[in-house]
Write a protein of this length. Structure first.
Length: 212
């Protein structure tokens, strides 16, 4: 099954993509994680993307599309996959169509801007292994270090309130039109993000099952 998650940054796409990946046994492809890894490793693509990521702007289409195309050609994607963070524009969506890729389900997770800013301000990430926590809803055992590897948790610059506000502006202008694009294809379901992650997960499972 080929599944796509839509939603503003911080809406919970990554959490639901991970759960769905484990539930269905297909890989979750996170554009954000791939780009951050490239920036950390100092690759040519990473250096080109760094200025965009630091300001909260979108990475150019040709870079993102190239990354996704290479990833979807790998062996573990032959039985399906989950797209988290791609496409982010209608242009990217049309590029996906041009690649002959048709999604089975498109899930849009809806959360208000105010809740997203609050959520992301409390998010902390392990720079070593990439595990994500939240100071209120999903803290590590001691609230300071990663439970898996012991690394000190940090706040990514693009999770700071002022950067999040800019990212939300970009989302509403450039990414939100995707909802109409996929709604017209009859494969999109809206999931209203809940205060408890498990409640959002239940609604996500029901939405996906209704489209299988």
């Amino acid at each position: 099954m080929k599944i796509m998650f839509l939603g503003a940054p911080g809406a919970g796409k990554g959490t639901q993509a991970k759960h769905t990946s484990e539930r269905l046994g297909i890989p979750a492809i996170s554009t954000g994680e791939i780009i951050r890894a490239a920036i950390k490793n100092g690759t040519a693509m990473g250096r080109a993307a760094k200025a965009y990521a630091d300001s909260g702007a979108l990475v150019p289409d040709e870079v993102v599309i190239g990354i996704i195309k290479e990833r979807l050609e790998q062996e573990d994607c032959k039985n399906g996959y989950i797209l988290d963070g791609f496409p982010r524009t209608v242009v990217q969506a049309k590029a996906l169509d041009a690649m002959g890729i048709e999604m089975d389900a498109v899930i849009s997770i809806e959360v208000s801007d105010d809740n997203i800013i609050s959520r992301m301000d409390g998010r902390r990430v392990c720079a070593k292994c990439g595990r994500t926590y939240h100071l209120v809803s999903l803290p590590s055992k001691d609230g300071v270090h990663c439970d898996d590897c012991g690394e000190t948790l940090t706040q990514r610059r693009d999770d700071c309130p002022e950067v999040v506000a800019d990212r939300l502006k970009v989302y509403h202008e450039q990414t939100e039109p995707l909802k109409d694009y996929y709604q017209s294809k009859g494969k999109m379901k809206v999931v209203v993000g809940q205060d408890r992650v498990e409640d959002t997960t239940r609604l996500t499972d029901e939405a996906i099952d209704s489209l299988r």
